[in-house]
Design a protein around this ligand. Structure first.
Ligand SMILES: Cc1cc2nc3c(=O)[nH]c(=O)nc-3n(C[C@H](O)[C@H](O)[C@H](O)COP(=O)(O)OP(=O)(O)OC[C@H]3O[C@@H](n4cnc5c(N)ncnc54)[C@H](O)[C@@H]3O)c2cc1C
Ligand SMILES: NC(=O)c1ccc[n+]([C@@H]2O[C@H](COP(=O)([O-])OP(=O)(O)OC[C@H]3O[C@@H](n4cnc5c(N)ncnc54)[C@H](O)[C@@H]3O)[C@@H](O)[C@H]2O)c1
Length: 479
């Protein structure tokens, strides 16, 4: 694969002969952020070009990030349920399913998702260009394919939605067949007994659940003193407990010194002096924005040391007609937020300004068990001296959870003991990422109050009943 920078330099010589097309807006990146921006722009009558170097739409989200990891997780979850069911496990003994088979299902989902999103662009007359986009000047982008520059696009506004990629420390050989990052892991094609996962952020924890569920031994190396410390303490503790229960060995507050690679194994050397041997290592410690090859200087912009671009509350960069959205601007770095950021930027480009800035994004972590949270944690409320009360519902007491067998989990509602306003919702257990949205809807109502859940009749049996149980539990604590 030629160095894209060399490709760009060679190609720029041919620019005079290349066709120039003009658009109101060029969107660079066809992931959720770029799609959100492009769809809002065309709906408001703008002529839009979208450029992506992957050769298809969907972004890293559909091809290597959210979608494959969630499809894999679902298969593993189904497998774990199947193993747990005494009726089924008597008729069939499934010890483990080869990763290639598990991945086949993920690839099918990717195909379906890409097809769906492609039709969105097609039906809305968005022009798609496949190749690497690079700014030539403040109003022109060139699209580079492996054959050289194929198009030049003139624009009034640009939206940078180029996403992110795994951060790779320079001293680790990611070309080695036993060293993976979260993009490359989808190509794992040999049997693994023991996997070392370095980095216990969301990606590390999710993949730890997936691989332990597939029957691998997993060592999860965390650089922090506890898992996902921004979560409510009770939820973070529950995650550690259940990951350990599944068989994950969590090693907190450790940092790598070096990774030694061999033909058939790897050894991770830690600064604490420990050595961990595994069949392979999955590195998931942080991400970097995709900006190096964009030619940002040509448009008057600069990225920070993590490749991220600074924006204001309209997603406008330091250059007023250029916007940036999605992972390339840094946290929260979620597909959910990226799409809405794209729509918000587009609304400021067209002047409709009818999409709010993206705040209060819920956390949805697809570990096993799943976690989802919104609003304040107990620690934040205590530190701010807010007089709050807690209402809890344990899944093991709910009829629906007993029927489905998903009895691990809880819902916790934090509410103001005087105003009864709901301040935080914290859930773990099956479907937590769905369950949290019931609370989110009520929190966003003008009359946000825990009384809604005590005084509203819910279907029975449902997991939503957890809200009623938690509300009554919390209200009973008031005096
Ligand atoms: C393993 C994993 C699991 C995840 N799970 C979740 C989850 O469950 N929920 C969630 O909300 N988020 C999740 N995320 C995060 C989510 O995938 C990202 O937040 C989301 O993809 C960001 O969207 P984006 O549009 O900003 O960028 P991307 O999806 O990264 O898309 C950017 C696109 O820009 C293109 N591009 C880059 N540079 C150029 C260039 N110079 N020219 C042309 N094209 C270019 C890329 O090819 C890519 O297609 C996960 C991420 C990972 C890695
Ligand atoms: N279910 C979900 O919502 C979901 C699932 C997977 C990933 N994601 C998103 O993907 C992102 C990446 O997750 P992660 O687990 O890899 O890491 P992370 O963002 O939790 O970071 C892990 C560690 O790496 C450091 N780091 C991050 N970027 C760095 C860089 N460029 N250089 C040096 N250090 C860096 C961080 O400071 C942190 O200490 C998260 O922001 C998350 O929002 C979300």
């Amino acid at each position: 694969m030629p160095d894209p920078r060399l490709r760009a330099t060679a190609a720029q010589h041919e620019l005079r002969s290349v066709r120039m097309s003009r658009y109101d807006v060029v969107v660079i990146g066809a992931g959720p952020a770029g799609e959100g921006a492009a769809m809002k722009l065309v709906k408001e009558g703008r002529r839009v070009a979208v450029v992506d170097q992957l050769g298809e739409v969907g972004g890293n989200c559909a091809h290597v990030g959210t979608i494959p990891s969630k499809a894999l997780r679902q298969t593993v979850y189904n497998l774990m349920r199947f193993r747990r069911d005494p009726l089924l496990s008597r008729t069939a003994e499934i010890r483990s399913v080869p990763l290639s088979q598990v991945l086949a299902r993920a690839h099918k989902v990717i195909e379906l998702q890409v097809g769906t999103h492609h039709r969105f662009f097609e039906r809305n007359d968005v022009d798609l260009y496949y190749g690497e986009a690079r700014f030539e000047d403040g109003n022109t982008v060139s699209v580079l394919t492996s054959e050289g520059v194929s198009e030049r696009i003139g624009f009034e506004h640009a939206v940078i939605a180029t996403g992110s990629r795994p951060y790779q420390p320079k001293d680790i050989d990611f070309t080695h067949p036993r060293v993976f990052d979260s993009d490359k892991i989808l190509q794992l094609d040999y049997p693994v007994q023991k996997l070392i996962i370095y980095g216990a952020g969301v990606i590390g924890c999710e993949y730890a659940s997936i691989f332990v569920g597939l029957g691998y031994k997993v060592d999860l190396v965390n650089t922090q003193p506890q898992l996902l410390s921004y979560l409510d303490d009770e939820i973070a503790d529950a995650l550690s407990h259940y990951l350990r229960d599944l068989g994950v060995l969590i090693r907190n507050q450790e940092e790598y010194e070096r990774v030694e690679t061999f033909d058939d194994h790897v050894v991770l050397h830690l600064k604490s002096g420990k050595k961990i041997k595994g069949d392979a290592i999955l590195w998931c410690n942080g991400r970097a924005g995709n900006t190096e090859t964009l030619g940002l200087d040509a448009v008057g912009l600069q990225a920070n040391s993590r490749g991220q671009i600074a924006v204001d509350d309209q997603y406008r960069t330091a250059v007023p007609h250029v916007f940036a959205v999605g992972d390339v601007i840094g946290p929260p770095a979620l597909a959910s937020a990226a799409y809405d950021q794209g729509r918000c930027a587009a609304a400021h480009i067209t002047g409709s300004a009818d999409v709010p800035h993206v705040d209060d994004v819920p956390t949805g972590i697809y570990t096993i068990p799943e976690i989802s949270c919104l609003g304040k944690t107990e620690k934040q409320l205590t530190d701010a001296r807010v007089p709050y009360e807690v209402g809890q519902a344990f899944f093991r007491h709910l009829a629906r959870a007993q029927i489905s067998g998903d009895t691990v989990g809880m819902l916790k509602i934090l509410f103001h003991r005087e105003t009864r306003e709901i301040l935080g919702i914290h859930c773990f257990g099956n479907n937590a990422a769905e369950i949290v949205h019931i609370g989110q809807a009520v929190m966003n109502l003008p009359g946000n109050s825990i009384d809604y859940f005590a005084n509203t009749t819910f279907n029975y049996p449902t997991m939503a009943e957890a809200y009623r149980v938690a509300a009554l539990n919390g209200l009973n604590r008031l005096f």
